[in-house]
Ligand binder design. Structure first.
Ligand code: LLP
Length: 408
């Protein structure tokens, strides 16, 4: 069920009219539905229970503290990629045994911190990084748990910017070279070799590419076992796609069943979902600032820009645009919906069929919960928006709108 739905002609988030929230908190505004988040978390847990995985939410998709607290309460761990995300996981009280640390450019300072926190595992991007981690762990008289991120070289049907396991990708170690990395790691006393990690990309709506990666990495895990480097964990990353437009993603039960069928080695699975949990749990509300008609078409200029939601301009991605109030008698017109930022790329939709809109009216951009606020910026010295979490009839502001004074 969709918790962002019309009651008569008005769009609601759960039991709260979006118009009311816009009036109260201003626009642009991120509005999250708690019931959607909890439902997605539980669906994920239920579907994948056949694998009994450790599920670490990818903080990069959304790092709002209140939202992450919901995840923690539901038993999710944290997939962190920076000092900031590690500190946040710690502050929220995520147990170290549920924190993994990813990234291809971990600094010494970050490694120091993660070693000190005794996190579950480092997903190590290279042999060079392994040596740094081992040096820091040795200095602290401790051992760091690691999995290498291997690159199983899988073509995935997604935007090239978010395909991460192509031959030429900057991430991980090619599978052919990974064995010698494991042999080296095995010999270092300050390193405990725990697992193998892959992440093939994001917004993948089919099971096939994951199964290919599972088969390749399972074979590799078997090889490690034969050569006396047994590993207990296989971290399969994130990447499960969602519906933004006309995609028909496989359902979670299908992913889980197929994964379980494919997996024939005795390992504990770690997963790092981001988008699948949070993308469809929020809208970005914007107000029409102006409309304009030229000989080439109609424009609706809104008060949200690419600095607030960069996905359309960065990946050409689709976010359904819905009017917050429907006027049945207005005819559908083609609009390019654009932001106010001084870039031609600041476009949310080209020639979208919308009912006529006028300045002052509200539009909602759907599926804005993942990589929305977390990728926002201050470009054009624009303050970043506020965020609100709705729960039934209740709502709380979970992040204040930035003030210009904070920035200057
Ligand atoms: N694990 C690793 C190592 C990752 O690099 C990522 C995402 C995830 C997990 C979570 O992936 P998800 O389940 O959310 O697909 N900004 C882009 C997406 C970039 C994804 C980066 N890595 C977008 O807005 O589509």
């Amino acid at each position: 069920m969709d918790y962002f739905r019309y009651r008569e002609d008005e769009l609601f988030a759960e039991d709260v009219p979006l118009k009311f929230l816009a009036g109260r908190f201003g626009t642009p505004l991120y509005v999250y539905s708690k019931k959607t988040i909890v439902r997605h978390l539980r669906a994920f847990k239920r579907s994948f229970s056949v694998l009994n995985p450790l599920i670490c939410f990818a903080y990069k998709a959304n790092y709002n503290r209140k939202i992450l607290e919901i995840m923690k309460k539901e038993g999710f761990g944290a997939d962190c990629v920076s000092m900031g995300e590690l500190k946040l996981a710690k502050k929220i009280g995520v147990p170290s045994s549920k924190i993994v640390f990813n990234g291809n450019g971990k600094t010494e300072e970050e490694i120091e911190m993660a070693v000190g926190m005794k996190i579950k595992m480092f997903n190590v991007d290279s042999v060079e990084e392994l040596l740094t981690i081992s040096r820091i762990a040795r200095k602290r008289n401790t051992r760091a748990n690691i999995a290498f991120r291997v690159n199983p070289e899988i073509e995935v049907p997604t935007h090239p910017h978010i395909a991460t396991a192509l031959k030429q990708s900057k991430f991980g170690i090619p599978l052919e070279d990974a064995f010698s990395a494991y042999e080296l790691a095995k010999q270092i006393p300050s390193i405990a070799v725990l697992g193998v990690h892959f992440h093939i990309g994001s917004q993948i709506t089919e099971v096939g590419p994951f199964l290919k990666a599972l088969r390749k990495t399972s074979a590799f895990v078997r090889k490690l076992g034969r050569r006396r480097i047994p590993v207990k964990f296989l971290n399969i990353g994130g990447g499960i796609g969602v519906r933004y437009h006309r995609e028909l993603p496989a359902d979670l039960d299908t992913y889980a069943r197929e994964f379980a069928k494919c997996l024939k080695i005795p390992v504990k699975i770690i997963m790092e979902p981001g988008r699948a949990i949070i993308a469809n749990a929020a809208v970005l509300l914007a107000k029409v600032v102006a409309t304009k008609k030229t000989r080439y078409g109609n424009f609706a200029v809104v008060d949200a820009g690419m600095n607030d939601l960069v996905r359309p301009s960065m990946y050409g991605s689709y976010h359904e645009i819905e009017p917050v109030k429907i006027f049945e008698d207005r005819k559908k017109t083609k609009y390019s919906v654009v932001g106010p930022v001084c870039e031609s790329g600041d476009i949310f939709a080209k020639k979208a069929a919308l009912r006529q809109v006028f300045a002052g009216e509200l539009l909602a951009f759907r599926s804005a919960g993942a990589y929305g606020y977390s990728m926002s910026s201050n470009y054009n010295l624009r303050s970043r928006p506020a965020e609100v979490l709705v729960d039934g009839k209740n709502f709380i502001e979970i992040r204040k709108r930035e003030k210009t004074e904070d920035l200057i």
